[in-house]
Design a protein around this ligand. Structure first.
Ligand SMILES: Cc1cc2nc3c(=O)[nH]c(=O)nc-3n(C[C@H](O)[C@H](O)[C@H](O)COP(=O)(O)O)c2cc1C
Ligand SMILES: O=C(O)C(=O)c1ccccc1
Length: 388
């Protein structure tokens, strides 16, 4: 296999005599700046913002930058293997597209555009419960490419059961259950902008096409959208859940169950005790608890608590190849990428998402090689030193 890093790098430098003046950016911060120019305040800050003072968002970046790589030399890195095995399935790269709701506010191609970009790369796409088109449409657009479904656990358990059954029927191969968002956080920028996409009917497609949801309405959403949205606000989250409720999921799906939003090692132990298949160490990109631990800082203790009893994934703050290397060295099998791909979507739809994905993977490949590493499955914590 050709190494993706050298390929992409070569493709870029090959245009040296005649560079395209409209070419895409390479630098993460430039994608974000372009997205800022394209989007109104409301949508842009909905994506870019976090909870409260955004301390957690900064903690994510700080946790990553505190870890330093100590490269190894003379280890034959001609062939780099970036592939991973997750839940019995082999994937070419150690990244997944994080579940992101309301993508219609970002670009007209929305979820279908970003899903197809994932499909082109062989990167699993995690469709959000709050997608802008029904999950069946996303699965159809993905064809045979890998897709997982992210569940927001509704207060109405009939909707939960219905979502699980729809996901299974339409070909999703795993269920990601997000635990850190039983309600929307205190998000200062959204409150300042008075911007909440759902109230404008964005991100509710799965609900408005769900038989269990529709039976609770007096009139169909097309006839009385306002009433449907009000009902949605009542059933969306579930602050009453406890660990015992995990059994309900197991009874309603045969797919692997992955809990998203674990930070405390005691919760990781409870997850293992409940027999879940995987966990995602995540603080939701700093969008839920202000002043929470950086996700990478939470990873080593969670990994120690889980051992080999469940698959560990991680997200929150991944921007570049070296970030992925660090997360995997500290115990994750693979990482989810969120906002960088959404800035790609904002700027150029499907093509933008694919471009950002390719660049992050090229950077990872080259960083691996230069650090003396030829396989992501062999990355170890001894490759890192944590700054005081
Ligand atoms: C605009 C936006 C919408 C999101 N929607 C969801 C969602 O519907 N479900 C979910 O589990 N996580 C959601 N997340 C969180 C991401 O899945 C992921 O945890 C986070 O973006 C990772 O951090 P990063 O953006 O720093 O990569 C959302 C994040 C953003 C930025
Ligand atoms: O905005 C988010 O972070 C998020 O997780 C979400 C929650 C509900 C619907 C859409 C997105």
């Amino acid at each position: 296999m050709e190494n993706i890093g050298n390929n992409i790098q070569y493709q870029i430098y090959a245009t040296m005599q005649n560079p395209d003046p409209d070419r895409f950016p390479v630098i993460h911060e430039e994608w974000e700046n372009l997205a800022r120019k394209k989007l109104q305040d409301g949508p842009f800050y909905y994506i870019a913002g976090g909870a409260g003072s955004e301390k957690t968002m900064r903690a994510n970046l700080k946790a990553l930058s505190k870890q330093e790589i100590i490269p190894r030399m003379l280890r034959n890195v001609d062939q780099r293997d970036l592939s991973v095995n997750l839940f019995g399935q082999k994937y070419p790269f150690p990244i997944l597209q994080a579940p992101i709701g309301v993508q219609s506010i970002i670009h007209e191609e929305g979820d279908i555009g970003s899903a197809k970009a994932s499909a082109e790369m062989g990167v699993p796409y995690i469709a959000s419960s709050a997608s802008s088109v029904p999950m069946e449409k996303i699965a159809e657009a993905m064809g045979d490419a890998p897709c997982w479904f992210q569940l927001y656990w509704s207060r109405d358990s009939e909707i939960v059961a219905s979502f699980l059954s729809r996901a299974e029927k339409s070909g999703y191969s795993a269920i990601v259950v997000t635990l850190d968002t039983p309600m929307m956080a205190w998000r200062e920028k959204d409150l300042k902008n008075v911007y909440l996409p759902f109230l404008a009917g964005e991100g509710v497609a799965n609900y408005f096409t769900d038989p269990a949801f529709l039976t609770k309405l007096d009139k169909p959403p097309q006839e009385d959208p306002q009433a449907a949205i009000i009902h949605w606000t009542k059933i969306f989250g579930n602050t009453g859940l406890t660990w015992d409720d995990i059994d309900f999921l197991r009874e309603h799906t045969k797919l692997p169950i992955i809990l998203k939003g674990i930070l405390h090692p005691e919760d990781a132990k409870l997850a293992v005790k409940k027999g879940v298949d995987g966990i995602i160490v995540s603080n939701h990109g700093g969008r839920q608890v202000d002043g929470a631990i950086g996700a990478l800082d939470a990873l080593p203790d969670v990994a120690a608590a889980v051992g080999d009893k469940a698959t560990i994934l991680m997200d929150s703050g991944i921007r570049r190849g070296s970030d992925i290397l660090k997360a995997i060295a500290l115990g994750a099998e693979a990482v989810l990428v969120g906002r960088p791909l959404m800035y790609g979507l904002a700027v150029a739809g499907q093509r933008g998402v694919k471009e950002v994905m390719q660049n992050i993977l090229a950077d990872l490949d080259i960083t691996m090689g230069l650090a003396g590493q030829s396989s992501v499955s062999n990355l170890e914590a001894s490759l890192l030193r944590k700054m005081e």
